[in-house]
Ligand binder design. Structure first.
Ligand code: DGJ
Length: 745
């Protein structure tokens, strides 16, 4: 990996073995973009990559010169108003009302490693040799605003991380009304746009469409990154597949309102922007103050979508997630939510835990309903004191009983919320986000606490820390069950109300930071009515997140498959739940439910006491299987093999680092009669290893499994076979392939 600056041509070239990123100081002093893609040679005069041409009707800054126009030049920090009519990366409203700015190159520095982003989640390095960072300093001389553009290239993988820091070195206060984290001007638009979108209980479905002229975008104005759109985007060449071809993935490490867009202009260039959504953002920058944007990560590959995903997985697993749990296989848990909802006593919980322990479960998680007057979702939120009618000796008591069983104890919180019917709201009605003299909208009968206020965050910290100091809690599920409305903070002046959404999320990050620092042993799982805030920002604090409130195995195929485009398997909370399923009322076999959940952090969300003896033995086998293979399932190389968005079947595979073990998950939604011959071409195996299928005992070489494929033809469909359970709908299989010790491997 290297970053060079060619003084004469004023060109910056950042490269590693996978990618090159080339920029130059343009003739007008702005920073221009020349190239991002597969690694190319470095040379002294790369500035000739700058294409200048006379375009009729263009606005030009240099008198007499019609070739240089900001309307056409590719830029790193474009602003609006001086000839560039595309969406800008920065907008600053000045005292005189002007929004024109002119960010000129001042200086730059190149450093080993990667600096931290104050108050924000970001990728990091453990050793300065893992990455190099270029900081380019630009300045708008009229306002005195400086923009530090920060680019980090990692030694391994086609990864470039970017962010911008603004510093008011002038004498007047300005209003930053747009501060995108990333702008990438691509020279052509021959791409397909892929987004992960959906709704509550239907999160992160893959949607692909052709990039067309005009603006296409995804975003959130809900205060959380949202169930509807994930802050992740891919531009792929139309011919690119999972296995080959060019793709660029864009991921924003942020959990609040965001915008990701691509704008194709009249000359078919494409401008990609990613950052805080400007519609709900306005930041007052007083002289001397700084503003840091969130970080955006770009991953380029010419080896297909799966390579892009693996690059994100490795980065987010090892250099975004932090703490003790980052590298550890995750405990198999049981959560009481779908087992009891609000209807539980301590004894009932312990009974569930006892049966779970007998099956091999390691962690018992007490979900919503353990505190205050919380017997339904109408009351009690905010009162983080155990309800002693249900839990006579409080959290300490139940935690002890669970620990005595030989299990760990986990606890649910929803720190950001309050019910109107709660002691906290009665004491501090002004602590919620609400606009004066306006009606307050509720969501699930609750209001959103004003996390932009330090005293609110401090209070929640003390409430939570008190419980965690007293009781033995090993896991926290941090929920967030509604989006923000009437976003107004009673503590901020009118000119700072545009800061509330961002300050809110900074408050959430602050609370996470303080809790993870004081309680480094605790495993955090983020959650927002399922996957409403499943984003890279959260992964910095909580290495796993509840993927979706939909626990149906068939629905989960699409959700987990889509999620895997960016996020690692170790980050995906996935549980086996009761049938008929509580969301879609579908019944699937116990093995299919587990076969889907294995490709996640794995756990149960049901009362095991309601299962038959046979089912309990099956659960025991599932848990033993997961314990044996979870390292590979959660941390191995993951490949998508068959998309549930394209047909009746889905398949994926996780391969161990040494390639000696591979676990294939194969799933079919509806059964077919007298179906076709089907083979699954595997990925990631060692061609020369001979793999034995643990179940059937057959052996094949890796090359055969990857080229001819694993036979998945179902010979029983269409016939009733005596003594054998026939295949039916929602069928699935797990193939465990282990390399045999033949001479040569
Ligand atoms: C929403 C979560 O996604 C569920 O798993 C559960 O924790 C409920 N909230 C509890 O209110």
């Amino acid at each position: 990996m290297k970053i060079v600056y060619h003084e004469e041509s004023k060109v910056f070239h950042l490269w590693n073995e996978n990618i090159s990123y080339v920029m130059m100081v343009l003739p007008n002093g702005h920073l221009g973009q020349l190239y991002f893609g597969k690694r190319i040679h470095d040379r002294n005069n790369m500035s000739d990559m700058l294409e200048l041409a006379v375009r009729p009707m263009s606005s030009c800054p240099f008198p007499g010169d019609r070739t240089f126009s900001l309307e056409h030049v590719k830029q790193e920090l474009p602003s609006f108003g001086s000839g560039d009519y595309r969406s800008p990366a920065v907008e600053i409203c000045q005292r005189n009302g002007s929004r024109i700015c002119d960010f000129q190159y001042q200086s730059h520095c190149i450093e080993a490693g990667k600096p931290k982003l104050p108050g924000l989640p970001a990728t990091y390095v453990e050793d300065a040799a893992e990455a190099s960072t270029l900081v380019v300093n630009l300045k708008d001389s009229v306002t005195g605003i400086c923009a530090q553009l920060c680019y980090t290239i990692f030694a391994r993988g086609g990864i470039l991380a970017r962010s911008v820091r603004y510093h008011n070195e002038g004498t007047e206060t300005v209003q930053l009304t747009r501060a995108m984290s990333l702008c990438l001007d691509l020279p052509d638009c021959d791409y397909e746009w892929m987004q992960l979108s959906g709704a509550w209980a239907r999160e992160r479905h893959v949607i692909t469409r052709k990039l067309v002229m005009g603006v296409q975008s995804i975003g959130s104005l809900r205060g959380n990154s949202s169930h509807q759109h994930n802050p992740f985007l891919v531009l792929k060449r139309p011919s690119a597949t999972e296995r080959q071809g060019e793709a660029i993935g864009f991921s924003l490490i942020y959990s609040g309102n965001f915008l990701m867009q691509a704008e194709v202009d009249a000359h078919h260039t494409a401008r990609v922007l990613a950052g805080i959504h400007p519609d709900t953002f306005s930041w007052r920058l007083e002289p001397g103050e700084r503003f840091q944007t969130p970080e955006a990560v770009m991953v380029y590959t010419d080896k297909g979508l799966n390579d892009m995903s693996q690059t994100f997985h490795r980065l987010y697993q090892k250099r975004l997630a932090r703490g003790k749990w980052r590298d550890l296989a995750r405990p198999i848990l049981i959560n009481n939510w779908e087992a009891t909802y609000f209807d539980f006593t301590e004894d009932k919980l312990v009974q569930i835990a006892e049966r779970a322990k007998e099956c091999g479960v390691e962690l018992f998680v007490l979900d919503d309903g353990w505190f205050g007057a919380r017997s339904s979702d109408r009351a009690g939120l905010g009162d983080w004191v155990a309800n002693t009618t249900r839990l006579p000796r409080g959290i300490t008591g139940i935690a002890e009983r669970i620990e005595d069983l030989g299990m760990k104890f986990g606890l649910w919180f929803e720190p950001e919320m309050v019910n109107e019917d709660s002691d906290l709201y009665r004491l501090h009605p002004d602590w919620i986000l609400a606009a004066p003299q306006r009606a307050k909208s509720h969501g699930r009968y609750q209001y959103v606490l004003d996390f932009s206020r330090k005293e609110v965050v401090d209070f929640l910290y003390e409430m939570m820390a008190k419980i965690l100091r007293e009781a033995k809690v090993s896991y926290i599920k941090w929920d967030m069950n509604r989006s923000i409305t009437e976003c107004f903070s009673a503590s901020l002046p009118p000119e700072r109300q545009g800061e509330v959404y961002h300050r809110y999320i900074l408050g959430v990050y602050d609370l996470y930071e303080r809790l993870t620092r004081e309680f480094p042993e605790i495993l955090f799982e983020s959650c927002a009515s399922g996957g409403g805030r499943f984003d890279a920002g959260m992964l910095y604090y909580a290495p796993q997140g509840w993927v979706s409130d939909d626990t149906d195995a068939v629905e989960r195929m699409k959700i987990q498959y889509g999620t895997s485009l960016c996020y690692p398997i170790s980050s995906m909370g996935a549980h086996v739940s009761m049938c008929p399923n509580h969301q879609v009322f579908r019944s699937t076999s116990l093995h299919t439910r587990a076969n889907v959940a294995y490709f996640g952090t794995f756990g149960y969300e049901l009362d095991l006491n309601r299962l038959t003896k046979e089912e309990i033995s099956e659960v025991k086998e599932q848990i033993a299987f997961m314990k044996q293979y979870r390292e590979i399932l959660q941390f191995g190389s993951f490949y998508r093999l068959k998309s549930p968005f394209e047909g009746n079947q889905m398949a994926w595979i996780a391969v161990s680092e040494d390639k000696r073990t591979a676990i294939v998950g194969w799933y079919r939604v509806l059964n077919t009669v007298n179906g076709c011959y089907t083979r699954l071409r595997l990925e990631g195996l060692e061609p020369d290893f001979c793999y034995r299928d643990r179940q059937s005992g057959t052996s094949c070489y890796g090359d055969e499994l990857m080229n001819l494929g694993l036979c998945t033809t179902d010979s029983t469909a269409g016939e009733v076979t005596e003594g054998k359970v026939p295949c039916t709908d929602f069928e699935s299989r797990i193939y465990v392939l282990e390399a045999e010790n033949l001479p040569g491997n």
